[in-house]
Design a protein around this ligand. Structure first.
Ligand SMILES: NC(=O)C1=CN([C@@H]2O[C@H](COP(=O)(O)OP(=O)(O)OC[C@H]3O[C@@H](n4cnc5c(N)ncnc54)[C@H](O)[C@@H]3O)[C@@H](O)[C@H]2O)C=CC1
Ligand SMILES: CC(=O)C(=O)O
Length: 283
């Protein structure tokens, strides 16, 4: 595939082709020389540098991400087998939920080195945490840095100690009850969006785009991503969200943060949740 080409691939005949035409018309008006193509044929992805996997069902109001485990595991396995066949040198960014088990499947089924498989979840969670910090403090979004690790699910870990406004740690000027409310809202807000409009769209799209940009432009950005751990944070053979430096080679390094007892308990609960889910699958 040419550098400035994006392929949309879906099982539904006509859907990616229609989306491609629509997006090309928009890009034409904006003078952007990137070509979008739609296809139902996996062989069209040959030569792709980065492949984003969003295939699968989304959760409906009342569902947790983990409720999608069985149905999406089969879909992701088949999609990833095709990626390994037709784009063996690519970087894969899984997005399908439940994210962390899907990243684990992707890593195992593709056989790709762990740096070439990392999921989008933490960056979206951090954008939500950032918005709650903005709403609670009134400070410019530009001055806010937020970090969210753990599971992209019930055991998400918004790290108040590692989040800041203009370099000043959040916990040094926001009272604990307010911090607790921000953490709770960050964990729960996706469901509120789904209850009101059916799916989360713009914020996930933006997070995916930023992650691709970090790879393509070799930005070495520190981003929370869902990645395979081999000893980091004390976990082996497990996928969880952690801060990582993202560049041309994908995950170029993982930052092993020092966690306090309470943070460690949430991280352990996240690890247990993902491990149990993965153990229930036939990979
Ligand atoms: N990790 C994250 O932060 C986020 C994850 N998600 C997850 O991403 C997934 C997709 O969500 P949406 O785009 O809202 O759903 P959607 O229903 O709009 O799109 C999913 C697409 O997957 C296609 N598909 C199904 N099986 C396929 C296969 N075998 N091969 C190729 N395509 C196939 C469907 O035809 C459909 O067009 C869901 O699991 C959702 O929960 C969504 C937003 C954020
Ligand atoms: C759908 C989902 O996982 C999210 O918006 O966080």
């Amino acid at each position: 595939m040419l550098d400035r080409e994006i392929l949309l691939l879906d099982v539904v005949d006509g859907l990616p082709q229609g989306e491609a035409m629509d997006i090309n018309h928009m890009l034409s008006e904006r003078g952007v020389d990137v070509t979008i193509r739609g296809s139902n044929d996996y062989s069209d992805m040959e030569g792709s540098d980065v492949v984003v996997v969003v295939a699968g069902s989304g959760r409906k109001p009342g569902m947790t991400r983990m409720d999608l485990l069985k149905i999406n595991a089969g879909i992701v396995k088949s999609v990833v087998s095709n990626i390994a066949k037709f784009a063996p040198d690519s970087i894969i960014i899984p997005v399908t939920n439940p994210l962390d088990p899907m990243v684990y499947i992707t890593h195992k089924v593709s056989g790709f080195e762990r740096n070439r498989v990392f999921g989008m979840g933490g960056m979206l969670d951090a954008s939500r945490f950032r918005q709650f910090i903005h709403e609670a403090t009134g400070h410019s979004r530009n001055s806010i840095r937020a970090m969210v690790i753990g599971e992209h699910g019930e055991h998400m870990l918004p790290l108040t100690r590692y989040s800041s406004v203009s370099g000043i740690p959040l916990c040094s000027f926001v009272p604990q009850p307010k911090l607790d409310a921000m953490v709770k809202n960050t964990r729960e807000v996706a469901l509120k969006v789904i209850q009101t409009k059916g799916a989360t769209v713009h914020a996930p799209g933006n997070a995916i785009a930023s992650m691709i940009e970090a790879v393509v432009k070799d930005q070495k950005q520190l981003i929370p991503v869902s990645t395979y751990l081999d000893g980091e944070y004390g976990y082996h053979d497990l996928v969880l969200g952690v801060p990582a430096v993202i560049g041309r080679r994908g995950v170029e390094s993982i930052m092993d943060l020092d966690l306090n007892d309470s943070e460690r308990r949430t991280m352990d609960a996240a690890a247990e949740s993902v491990r149990t889910a993965v153990a229930s699958l036939d990979i």
